[in-house]
Design a binder for this molecule. Structure first.
Ligand code: FES
Ligand code: FES
Length: 157
């Protein structure tokens, strides 16, 4: 079936089987491999994308459900020159990246939160990350990076 949606700010139309997940549409049909396949059952957040402004697990979304929507993946999150944006720089600065497998989902979850508010409390940041598992960092540095980005964006706005 033909699925038309906006992907990383660009309109797209693609033929795909109706039973393929959004995660596999992205990875296998569109070669966007930033969203990772961890658990495949909605428990790890490695496959996180932003769909119509909401954080979703793309392993739980069927591709046809994306029809007419606006999807942002980790590939759509970057500085104007294509390099790391402020949030991604802060992940580096605060030592929030270790093995990296969870990081695309963490950055996407962070951006989804910062789209909603630039004044999140640390509890709100932790809640926003509740569906994203990290086996390495202990989360503290990830929360620090998101909090610092919120402060910087507030000061810049
Ligand atoms: S792969 Fe989707 S939540 Fe784990
Ligand atoms: S950095 Fe390894 S799982 Fe998060």
């Amino acid at each position: 079936m033909l699925i038309e949606f906006t992907l990383n700010y660009q309109p797209i139309a693609i033929e795909a089987p109706p039973d393929v997940t959004l995660l596999h549409l992205l990875r296998d049909h569109l070669n966007l491999t930033g969203a990772k396949e961890g658990c495949s059952v909605g428990e790890c957040g490695a496959c996180s994308v932003i769909m119509d402004g909401r954080l979703v697990n793309s392993c739980l979304v069927l591709a046809p459900q994306a029809h007419g929507s606006e999807i942002i993946t980790i590939e759509g999150i970057h500085a104007p020159d294509g390099g790391p944006n402020d949030l991604q720089e802060n992940f580096i600065t605060y030592g929030a990246v270790q093995c990296g497998i969870c990081i695309p989902g963490m950055v996407v979850a962070g951006e989804a939160l910062l789209m909603r508010t630039l004044t999140p409390t640390r509890t709100e940041i932790r809640t926003a990350l509740a569906g994203n598992l990290c086996r390495c960092t202990g989360y503290q540095q990830i929360v620090d990076a998101i909090e610092a980005t919120a402060v910087q964006r507030r000061q810049a706005s």
